[in-house]
Design a protein around this ligand. Structure first.
Ligand SMILES: [Zn+2]
Length: 206
């Protein structure tokens, strides 16, 4: 399948392959974990085709995070050229954002102190009976304490005035199954992972 989109010119493929190898070597040097390194150039990358829509991805401006940054992944991704910007944007909005902004996942990210894409702590709604209000709270573990950031002046004042003594977390059940949004999300992560690792394993089995 190599050269599917460029069968008229082998030269073009050689140039693209050289570029791809160069990028992958560069990416490998950046990656700390040896298990995530590439040792072959996957076919899609040689062709510079988007792994989802198969259109040209040679001018893509984003890397493809195999697990979203907002779940704490900073280092494992497919380099530019694997996924076109349109598909990258589509999955970011239609799958990741929609799923990870559900209250259950917001709470999960907040409790585990997983930083957002913009490196900020995630806030979850907590109930303050003394102030008769809900307010967004983020948590930050310190050496011997837990630091709370509360974004509501009324709640802060009620704590200072001694009216608020309790903070209650809402019970958020796990998402119900079957859950098409979760399935799409996991399938996308698995497909990305397969593109990075699977092709190598299949080749070594041949
Ligand atoms: Zn695409």
């Amino acid at each position: 399948m190599v050269g599917h989109r460029h069968t008229d010119t082998r030269q073009r493929i050689d140039v693209v392959t050289d570029n791809a190898m160069h990028t992958i070597e560069k990416e490998n040097r950046r990656l700390k974990d040896n298990s995530t390194k590439f040792d072959i150039v996957p076919t899609f990358y040689i062709n510079m085709q988007c792994i989802f829509c198969h259109k040209d991805a040679s001018t893509s401006t984003s890397v493809e995070r195999i697990v979203p940054e907002s779940l704490g992944n900073k280092h494992i991704y497919l380099p530019k050229g694997y996924v076109c910007d349109a598909c990258n944007h589509y999955f970011a909005i239609k799958t990741e954002k929609e799923l990870l902004n559900q209250p259950y996942f917001i709470s999960l990210r907040s409790r585990n102190e997983i930083l957002s894409k913009k490196n900020k702590l995630v806030k979850q709604d907590m109930i303050f009976p003394g102030a008769q209000k809900k307010a967004g709270v983020s948590f930050q573990t310190q050496e011997d304490s837990l630091l709370l950031h509360i974004d509501d002046k009324d709640v802060i004042n009620s704590i200072i005035e001694g009216k608020s003594h309790r903070m209650i977390a809402e019970y958020l059940p796990e998402p119900e199954y079957p859950n098409p949004l979760m399935s799409r999300f996991l399938a996308k992560c698995a497909y990305d992972f397969f593109i990075q690792h699977g092709e190598r394993k299949i080749r070594s089995m041949r």
